[in-house]
Design a binder for this molecule. Structure first.
Ligand SMILES: Nc1nc2c(c(=O)[nH]1)N[C@H]1C(S)=C(S)[C@@H](COP(=O)(O)O)O[C@H]1N2
Ligand SMILES: [Mo]
Length: 169
């Protein structure tokens, strides 16, 4: 009897912790946190990401067959911060970089110019599907960097995109 009471107490605690914890809900409804110069700029949930233009690229990680990856261009996500997109990438803005973080803490960076169509045009994609199917072990989002000879920047389980001003006074 006592055990059963303890059990229901534990179940109640677990349920209320779930209700109070937005992070656990995010696990089922993936979203990308967008940060501009250290300040939260936006939360791109599934609806926001679905409203953006779809981007597609055929690319192979070393030793693998090429796949068609689909998702949203990293450049378009950066543009949501209202900086470093379109013709705004001049002067000091050329010292901006984009830092992408994964759920395991792994991080990679790109310069804003490396992504921009007038400069490097790296066509990096935040992919959510591979060959028409949702991602598997690398879900919910994976960076695809088509030009790289190594897959080290093909970051899996991406959570955060930050735009950082790296200029010195
Ligand atoms: N989140 C995250 N993504 C990551 C890594 C990592 O440690 N964490 N390793 C990278 C490295 S070094 C490589 S080589 C590829 C490996 O991709 P694969 O597991 O699809 O072969 O993932 C990349 N993406
Ligand atoms: Mo690697």
């Amino acid at each position: 009897m006592r055990l059963r009471w303890m059990f229901s107490c534990l179940a109640w605690l677990a349920l209320s912790a779930y209700a109070a914890e937005p992070v656990s809900r995010l696990a089922n409804h993936p979203a990308i946190k967008l940060v501009l110069d250290g300040k939260p700029a936006d939360l791109l949930d599934q609806a926001a990401l679905a409203s953006m233009p779809r981007a597609s690229v055929k690319a192979a990680a070393p030793g693998e067959q090429p796949s068609t990856w689909q998702g949203v261009a990293l450049e378009d996500i950066v543009g949501r911060t209202c900086v470093a997109s379109g013709d705004a990438l001049v002067g000091r803005a050329l010292s901006r970089f984009v830092r992408v973080t994964a759920a395991d803490g792994q991080q990679v960076v790109f310069s804003a110019a490396e992504l921009h169509p007038d400069f490097g045009h790296a066509q990096v994609i935040l992919a959510d599907s591979r060959d028409g199917k949702p991602l598997a072990q690398d879900a919910p989002f994976r960076l695809i960097v088509p030009g790289d000879k190594r897959a080290d920047r093909w970051l899996s389980f991406v959570t955060t995109v930050e735009v950082v001003d790296a200029s010195t006074p």
